[in-house]
Design a protein around this ligand. Structure first.
Ligand code: ADP
Ligand code: TRP
Length: 328
């Protein structure tokens, strides 16, 4: 019997999902769903590093679950759960923190970037790569689909796994990142990386008006209509290309270089394309929102089933480290 690869990724419930989240992570996860064993979870403990309003965090978590299900994560064949429902992960994070050097954390850019963007640093934010390593290693994951911003955190998870295995024996699978260069960094409407925390997103489940406003707000340069333009330098093009086939992409590039292209026309087209692209998912979302108890049931079943794997790994870890396994 050929064992299926374990593909795992988490997403923070720190706001509504945007095109960057969708193309770099969610779409990839859905594509892997039939050919691998898929683990998809909502990392509410990670979101705690920045969201301090409890009511809001709970709402975002529910919203994240509805969105993942609407976009194609199938709980019948995949593992879907909320991170804090499997408490073994925080126990593993503590154990791992004891073999992780301070220098490894100090080298992480994401922490420095967030602080530079004005997020107040707390200890949780600083050591969050260890929690992320625990997320990945607890489920013996093989592949982790993420955007480029998470590349370094994946390297940290690999370093921690290798160190643990060399100290205590071969317990962890060494995970590999899965980063698709075409969607590694989806730009926001201002041209910076699209991010929930930068206020520059195009949301997957925006209303028609919100979507129109975001797309019309994409920042473009002030070249004349007649000028031949370089598509690769254009933020609008870099978002548009996510939605088109390679044939359509060629035509679009030609329109840029030929001259005569009006950004306003391209924005109107893009708005229609995005609105249409997520039509089915929007419908599914409306249906899901009608059954209040469904999401809770799905998440509870998901956590129950997935927790068995967590307990098994934690038992091996604790045995190796000389910790008690009496209660596991
Ligand atoms: P955000 O930065 O909006 O808070 P998350 O940190 O929750 O997003 O990221 C969830 C997943 O989406 C991660 O795999 C991350 O790498 C990916 N991601 C987020 N923004 C982008 C982007 N602009 N381009 C590509 N991938 C992204
Ligand atoms: N740190 C990731 C982010 O901010 C989310 C995340 C947490 C994650 N745990 C993970 C991603 C495990 C992949 C695997 O986007």
């Amino acid at each position: 019997m050929v064992l299926k690869k374990r593909v795992l990724s988490g997403i923070q419930p720190s706001g509504r999902f945007h095109l960057g989240n969708y193309f770099a992570m969610i779409k990839k996860m859905v594509e892997y769903q039939n050919k691998s064993e898929l683990f998809c979870f909502i990392v509410d403990l990670h979101a705690l590093t920045t969201v301090t309003d409890g009511k809001q965090l709970a709402e975002y978590t529910n919203e994240a679950a509805v969105s993942l299900l609407s976009l194609g994560i199938d709980p019948g064949i995949s593992h879907l759960w909320v991170q804090s429902d499997i408490p073994e992960v925080t126990e593993l994070a503590w154990i791992l923190s004891n073999i992780t050097t301070l220098g490894l954390m100090e080298r992480c850019h994401s922490y420095k970037d967030k602080v530079a963007k004005g997020i107040k640093p707390n200890t949780g934010l600083f050591i969050y790569p260890i929690l992320m390593a625990a997320d990945i290693l607890l489920f013996q994951s093989n592949l982790v689909p993420v955007g480029k911003d998470q590349k370094q955190h994946l390297e940290v998870a690999r370093d921690i796994a290798l160190k643990f295995n060399s100290v205590y024996g071969e317990i962890f699978t060494i995970p590999e990142p899965l980063i698709d260069e075409h969607v590694a960094v989806v730009p926001g409407i201002d041209g910076q990386k699209m991010s929930k925390s930068y206020g520059n997103t195009i949301e997957v489940f925006a209303s028609k008006d919100e979507l129109k406003r975001s797309v019309m707000g994409i920042v473009t340069d002030s070249q004349s209509v007649e000028a031949s333009k370089d598509p690769d330098k254009c933020n609008l093009y870099n978002i548009y290309k996510l939605f088109v086939s390679s044939e359509e992409n060629k035509k679009l590039r030609k329109r840029y270089t030929d001259g005569g292209l009006k950004y306003g026309d391209v924005k109107k087209e893009l708005f229609e394309i995005i609105w249409d692209y997520f039509k089915e998912a929007r419908q599914k979302r409306e249906d899901l929102l009608k059954d209040k108890g469904y999401i809770d049931r799905i998440l509870k079943e998901g956590a129950d089933r997935t927790r068995e794997i967590a307990v098994k790994t934690l038992r091996s870890v604790k045995n190796a480290a000389g910790l008690s396994v009496r209660m596991l």
